[in-house]
Design a protein around this ligand. Sequence first.
Ligand code: C5P
Length: 206
Amino acid sequence: MIIAIDGPTASGKGTIAKALAGHFALPHLDTGLLYRAVGRQVQLVGGNPDDAHVALAACEFPDSLLDDEILRSEEVGGYASRVSVHPPVRRALYERQRAFALQEGGAVLDGRDIGTVIAPEAQVKLFVTASTAERARRRWLEMTGRGIAADLAVIEADIAARDERDMKRADAPLMAAPGAVVLDTTTLGRDEAIAAAIKEVETYRA
Ligand code: C5P
């Protein structure tokens, strides 16, 4: 069984993907990490993420970079969003994601284009979303909880800018795949959101 989970940043899709992978004993790939690694590689070489050639060269990042905590930072997230608009970058990362989706026994993948491009044949497709204000609030709580000073208004503006770039790009824009179940987590707690997602998968398996 392939489970494809798409949605904007801080919607809860990563948490849900991890929980589903644990519950159904499936391997999980956070595809955003691949784009973050490309973005980080561009940053490390002092390149311009808006330059397609520079971004493509950065797809040769060392695998060890995937374990670097700095990939989770807002700054690297911004770089990731900028390198991800280039079609050659998306093509370079395609095979790795596709192979993961097609492994025997199935997999859970989360990202922006899993149900539309990477695994359109996925048996379960979820589009996880939440209001911009709520997503900003969650990101703010997460950052201040880690002792990082953060301004809610700045975070909300960053999230809105990232959504806009992800939804408006020509290649593989962020959108709900045909047949995807939309799960709005704005008013749901963590456990409620996970329970709702498990229910969707069980509906498919019934
Ligand atoms: O999900 P995450 O915030 O880690 O993703 C970082 C950025 O990578 C996103 O804003 C998006 O631009 C890009 N991305 C993508 N396609 C994916 C996963 C992430 O374009 N499948």
